[in-house]
Design a binder for this molecule. Structure first.
Ligand code: FAD
Length: 449
């Protein structure tokens, strides 16, 4: 065998596990058809958060308008884009030597699996005891006339100038996040959404607040609409729905979802079951061919397709290869965030689940912004819901606030480790901070010990 393990793809579903295996002395390679680091690094999370930075600050400044603060700040999108491009290009220069130093060979090209132990890249064949498919997912495209006039998230995150009027087809996470930036920059946004509200997986009461804010900023939402076609006009594009609703703009974003990259991998010949939802795996992340695993966004799974879940799976696979008779994969609670302005997010048991089972769960709703204005950067609209089981353990949380990421990351170990008031009392927090207030709020609500 040329290698112990070959990963197809170099995103988070591959590179963490590859590093672990190399550190344990295994001979490892990653095959990458595009840029090293995958979607998150180049076209997703990192690209987005680099651009979002100044918008987050501007949104925070706007919270002080009622106290007389005039935030006359202009965001220079093209300079920001330049910064994003330079930063991400810098990553590419360090990744390859870094992986090599870690002991991971990089093979540039498109990998196709030939048999249970062989991957072809062009004319070259590479053999390995194990193969890990970590080919990720891509923007799906609505199959309608004019579909090629619509752009995806990758194109939005590389625009030289922000569109004057963006039409968003599908009010999901990506569409809502990008609209937050465009609206704050004073641009127009029109949404067409098939369902009756955006972000169906997130609490309606928080999503409604975001929708109301967007509408205040000039956004137009068309719910219950199936987009039927996109046409070119003299100065842009016209989007029409089956019901005859229309909008014209200079950029159309198709954010109707993502599909797994399962094509041209040789899966059919090997009898590996796959669909646009992804590859079927067992509880050890193995496909129907025992020597071949799948990891990350390319997996058909019900848990959120996120970077941390991809990383978790790649590390699990590395351990499963190193210790073959180990346990099945079990996921801890997974915090997930929408990077709108403000953010919304949740972890563990959801508000809907808790409300549907009042005998099992207790909800504590905290009007955080109003209650804790003294430490909250005057973000009066911030809210937090804590969910406890009947024994008094924290089992879930949901929130709307610029601070949701910090809060959820702080609450996640308390849920996961089933911490009690006694555990929290044994800690000292810094002061005055929002996490201190979270700690002091949570302590009396938790199971005593
Ligand atoms: C706009 C956007 C924003 C996002 N924001 C967040 C966020 O804020 N937080 C979060 O947790 N997640 C976010 N995500 C999701 C996150 O990017 C994915 O969950 C993560 O990238 C999955 O990692 P992966 O390794 O499974 O796949 P990918 O990162 O997609 O990597 C797969 C790699 O495989 C390569 N490849 C595919 N086929 C082949 C082949 N045959 N041969 C060789 N190479 C191949 C691809 O080129 C790619 O580099 C975002 C996604 C998008 C699109």
């Amino acid at each position: 065998m040329d290698y112990d393990v070959i990963f197809i793809g170099s995103g988070h579903a591959a590179n963490h596990g590859a590093g672990l295996l190399a550190a344990a002395g295994k001979k490892v390679a990653m095959i990458e058809a595009d840029k090293l680091g995958g979607v998150c690094t180049n076209y997703g999370c990192d690209a987005k958060i680099l651009l979002d930075g100044p918008f987050e600050y501007l949104d925070g400044l706007n919270n002080y308008q009622d106290l007389g603060l005039q935030a006359d700040v202009q965001i220079d999108w093209s300079k920001l884009m330049d910064h994003k491009r330079k930063t991400l290009a810098g990553f590419q220069t360090v990744f390859e030597p870094l992986f090599q130093k870690m002991g991971v060979d990089i093979i540039h090209g498109r990998g196709t699996i030939i048999d249970a132990h062989t991957v072809a890249v062009g004319d070259q064949h590479y053999s390995a005891d194990n193969i890990v498919i970590a080919t990720g997912a891509r923007n799906s495209k609505l199959d309608i006339p004019g579909k090629d006039l619509m752009q995806g998230s990758t194109e939005f995150l590389d625009l030289d100038t922000l569109p004057e009027h963006m039409i968003v087809v599908g009010a999901g996470i990506i569409g809502m996040e990008f609209a937050s930036m465009a609206l704050l920059a004073g641009k127009k946004v029109t949404f067409f959404e098939y369902g009756d509200r955006p972000l169906k997986a997130y609490p309606a009461k928080y999503v409604n607040k975001i929708v109301a804010k967007f509408v205040d900023q000039g956004a137009v939402f068309h719910f219950g609409q199936a987009v039927a076609k996109v046409e070119e006009t003299v100065d842009g594009f016209r989007v029409s729905t089956q019901a005859g609703v229309e909008a014209t703009g200079d950029f159309v974003l198709d954010s109707t979802g993502r599909v797994a990259n399962v094509e041209n991998l040789g899966l059919e010949t090997l009898g590996i079951e796959a669909s646009p939802r992804g590859i079927k795996v067992d509880e050890h992340m193995r496909t129907a061919v025992p020597s071949i695993y799948a990891s990350g966004d390319v997996v058909d799974k019900t848990i959120p397709k996120l970077t941390p879940t991809a990383e978790f799976e790649s590390n699990y696979i590395a351990r499963d290869i190193l210790t073959p008779d180990g346990p099945a994969i079990t996921y801890p609670v997974i915090p997930n965030l929408v990077f709108t302005l403000p953010r919304i997010g949740q972890v563990g048991v959801t508000i809907d689940e808790a409300q549907a089972n009042p005998a099992q769960y207790k909800l504590v709703e905290i009007p955080w912004g109003k209650q804790h204005d003294w430490v909250n950067n005057h973000e009066q609209d911030a809210e937090l819901t804590l969910i406890f089981d009947k024994e008094g353990y924290l089992v879930g949380a949901a929130a709307i606030s610029s601070q949701v990421g910090t809060w959820l990351d702080w609450l996640t170990p308390i849920i996961e480790k089933k911490m009690t008031a006694r555990d929290l009392s044994a800690m000292i927090m810094s002061f005055p901070t929002q996490t201190y207030v979270l700690w002091s709020t949570l302590r009396p609500l938790l199971k005593a010990q």
